[in-house]
Design a protein around this ligand. Structure first.
Ligand SMILES: *Cc1c(COP(=O)(O)O)cnc(C)c1O
Length: 363
């Protein structure tokens, strides 16, 4: 079932057992699906996100991760009364700015260098001087480069000023331990095809119940209204408002069980760290350099600089693909880079094989 493995930021390489569960059809009105699958997934997600499960709930939303980011921003930030501060050091932070722009929201975007973490001091200073801010949004792992932002410290400052916190934890949730209650996060967003290792087709939001109540009537989009989606799921015990990606949700449930079997988020984090260590050590031994210093690098995805000016990424990519490895182009303007992901059903031995394959490439 695997012509090659994906070393990408998602969709990822999934297990055959996750893919196999999609070989059955489900009725969205039947309790086998709603109670047996959707509700279990929702409860399981809240348990993964926090030990304070009473205060939070999970909303599943059709579409890719961006749909959920847009749904949260469009449902939580009131167009006239609220003002959003977006902390950006990459394409996904910038995308939140585009969303705020589309929705005609009042917002400020604090831009940081793509190779530097969001600065806690700058956020503190900004909030001290801009009391009209009501919400702050940050990307946990900025997949653009693979940088890990200092979420705990930023969250602490945001809460010190009494602001609401929106976290795009798309590429880290399930792969990097965190607790939304400890952080004080009000909304956390991720999707099916990242660290939980499901297939693409929906995203999800972990939301503080009291903050969700405040979202009633805010959204100017029907399909992206998280309040409405939540109410329907609560009242219908797992019913989605519109056609849900049934096979994808079933596969996700299997992926969550496999996460548990692996030993939970801690164990998965350890595997990703080991994948990353083998990758980076091997690539460095071949003369490649990482874009980021190790101290701010996530175990999720790593950017490598082109080894020389005439490097032909497409050719390098094709040589690796022919040997069973799909890697990813870079996404930043300041330097020529390519990326290699560590997440998915991929293991340290896969990275040892990858390094041998790179060793044999012409570049
Ligand atoms: C993958 C990702 C998204 C969502 O991307 P989609 O293509 O819409 O699934 C958003 N933010 C981050 C940090 C991501 O890694």
């Amino acid at each position: 079932m695997r012509p090659y493995i994906l070393l990408t930021p998602g969709p990822l390489t999934t297990t055959d057992s996750v893919k196999q569960t999609m070989m059955a059809d489900w009725c969205t009105w039947d309790e086998d699906y709603n109670l047996g699958i959707v509700e279990e997934v929702r409860h399981g997600l809240v348990e993964l996100a926090t030990s304070h499960t009473d205060e939070y709930t999970a909303i599943l939303m059709q579409g890719s991760g961006t749909y959920c980011v847009e749904a949260v921003i469009g449902s939580a930030v009131k167009p006239d009364a609220d003002k959003l501060l977006i902390l950006s050091n990459g394409a996904y932070g910038d995308r939140m700015g585009h969303i705020a722009e589309y929705h005609g929201l009042r917002y400020d975007l604090m831009a940081f260098d793509e190779t530097e973490q969001v600065s806690v001091e700058d956020v503190d200073d900004y909030l001290a001087h801009n009391p009209e801010i009501t919400h702050v949004a940050i990307v946990h792992c900025e997949t653009t480069t693979g940088i890990l932002n200092p979420l705990k410290d930023v969250a602490h400052v945001v809460k010190m000023y009494g602001k609401r916190l929106i976290v795009d934890a798309m590429s880290s949730f399930g792969g990097v331990p965190l607790d939304v209650w400890d952080l004080g996060a009000d909304f956390l967003i991720s999707s099916a095809n990242k660290c939980i290792q499901g297939v693409p087709g929906f995203g999800f939001i972990i939301a503080r119940r009291s903050e969700l109540e405040r979202c009633q009537g805010v959204s100017r989009s029907l399909s992206l209204d998280i309040y409405d989606q939540w109410k329907t799921m609560e009242q219908g015990h797992g019913k989605w408002r519109f056609t849900s990606p049934t096979h994808v949700v079933r596969a996700f449930k299997q992926a969550m069980e496999e996460l548990k079997e692996e030993g939970g988020v801690e164990a998965r984090h350890q595997r990703y760290c080991e994948n990353h260590r083998v990758l980076v050590e091997g690539m460095r031994s071949l003369g490649f350099e990482t874009l980021l210093p190790d101290a701010i690098q996530s175990p999720i995805i790593t950017s490598f600089l082109y080894p020389h000016a005439g490097f032909d990424f497409k050719d390098f990519y094709a040589q690796l693909k022919a040997q069973g490895f799909v890697i990813y182009p870079g996404k930043i303007s300041q330097a020529d880079t390519f990326r290699i992901g560590n997440i998915g059903d991929v293991h340290p031995d896969d990275f040892r094989r990858l390094i041998e394959a790179v060793r044999g490439c012409r570049y």
